[in-house]
Design a protein around this ligand. Structure first.
Ligand SMILES: Cc1ncc(COP(=O)(O)O)c(C=O)c1O
Length: 393
């Protein structure tokens, strides 16, 4: 039974997969198996030839995967979803299923580092050209289009200065030219933003982040029309980017509380952003929910909440930011984001791997920039932690 669109998002996250649970167990069982018995030779052959059959071989499909995919489709208002071994597996399979030799891709100057590597290091080796544009201007996407453009890749808000892309406007541009649009919706989550409802074709997530929600899972997810998701599945099966059944089950468990958690992330990030903006040792705060964010109006138009990610620039620069990181008591200095606990990274130090300081400055990464994945701790405790850490800046 497909999900009932009349139910709200929170309800769908909890019940959309009920029809796929063949048992009476309230918590769905984990189908921890690599393969399935076939009742006859004919049925074995039929299952092997049917895309995404859930009971043939677990690289192709599995009931635990089908269950979480039904919830994911419901969450993003999609016809279909596909879970993958990581967020990078999702974007790689999606991009490689759309492009061919001689194709052109338009993407943003700002993407998650792994996505940038896919665009800059892998695609050119296969004769695919990429143009990266300033995501803040729809006209930049339009000017970059060529007759052989087959894909526009977007990410909004993007790491680490929370720049936004006008998803509806770029989707309209692409649709009139039959170009596929693919959006990384990891930072926003479907609780705050649903790109498919804005006219985009495909959405992907690092499910490692808010979907898992507890920093104990590496996984990815892709949502869109049944036809497009099946095309991506065809590539995904060749690449072997399947997610294991237990990890699919962990994602399903995380998704049950996505709405609750994301609303708390939204609340805490807004409170921390307001506090940081008023602090004398902070030069700038990047958070789409602040009136001072240069694209705040767009954020209000396309997002229903502003998310749990923010960054801020410590006035004292690189070393001062390092001292703040060291003094934080609750917030941990660690990669990743979207878990229940607050995590911080020194953005300038991080980006030094693949950018010069001048390039970093150009996209707004100053030497004192700290990125915060605001967790769901009590917001006043977080504010106190940042306050005492900034006292040592
Ligand atoms: C915005 C964004 N997209 C994609 C990815 C890649 O996801 P994964 O690490 O699950 O492969 C990440 C990981 O940090 C990310 O932050």
């Amino acid at each position: 039974m497909p999900h009932d669109n009349r139910d709200s998002l929170d309800t769908r996250l909890i019940h959309a997969d009920r029809s796929l649970n063949p048992t009476n167990a309230v918590a769905p069982p984990i189908f921890q198996t690599a393969t399935f018995r076939a009742p006859s030779v004919g049925e074995f052959v039929r299952r092997s030839g049917e895309p995404r059959h859930p009971e043939y071989y677990s690289r192709f499909g599995n009931p635990s995967l089908a269950q979480v995919e039904q919830v994911l489709a419901a969450a993003e208002s999609a016809e279909a979803a596909l879970v993958t071994a990581s967020g990078m597996a999702a974007v790689s399979a999606a991009v490689l299923s759309v492009v061919k030799q001689g194709s052109h891709v338009v993407a943003q100057a700002n993407h998650y580092g792994g996505t940038s590597n896919l665009l800059q290091k892998l695609l050119p080796r296969f004769g695919v050209e990429v143009t990266q544009v300033d995501q803040r201007h729809v006209s930049a996407f339009e000017q970059a289009l060529r007759p052989n453009t087959v894909l526009i890749l977007m990410e909004s808000p993007s790491n680490p200065v929370m720049a936004l892309t006008d998803l509806a406007a770029v989707a309209a541009l692409a649709r009139s030219r039959r170009i596929v649009t693919l959006v990384d919706n990891t930072f926003a989550t479907p609780v705050n933003q649903r790109p498919l409802e804005l006219g985009c074709d495909l959405v992907f997530h690092s499910a490692t982040k808010y979907f898992g929600g507890h920093s104990d899972l590496i996984a990815g997810a892709l949502m869109g029309s049944a036809a497009l998701v099946t095309e991506v599945w065809n590539t995904h099966v060749i690449l072997g980017t399947a997610l294991g059944p237990f990890d699919a089950w962990l994602m399903l468990r995380g998704l049950r509380t996505l709405g609750l958690r994301v609303r708390q992330h939204n609340h805490n990030a807004a409170a921390l952003a307001a506090f940081l903006e008023s602090h004398q040792s902070v030069k700038k705060v990047h958070y789409p929910g602040l009136n001072s964010h240069p694209q705040h109006e767009l954020a209000r138009r396309q997002m229903s909440g502003f998310g749990g990610m923010l960054s801020f620039e410590v006035s004292g620069g690189f070393d001062a930011a390092g001292r703040v990181l060291k003094r934080l008591r609750l917030a941990s200095h660690a990669a990743s984001l979207g878990g229940v606990e607050t995590l911080v990274v020194h953005a300038a130090a991080n980006f030094a791997h693949y950018m010069t300081p001048q390039e970093a400055e150009r996209i707004g990464i100053g030497p004192g920039l700290i990125r915060v994945s605001v967790g769901v701790e009590e917001s006043n405790d977080l504010i106190k932690d940042f306050d005492q850490a900034l006292a040592g800046a």
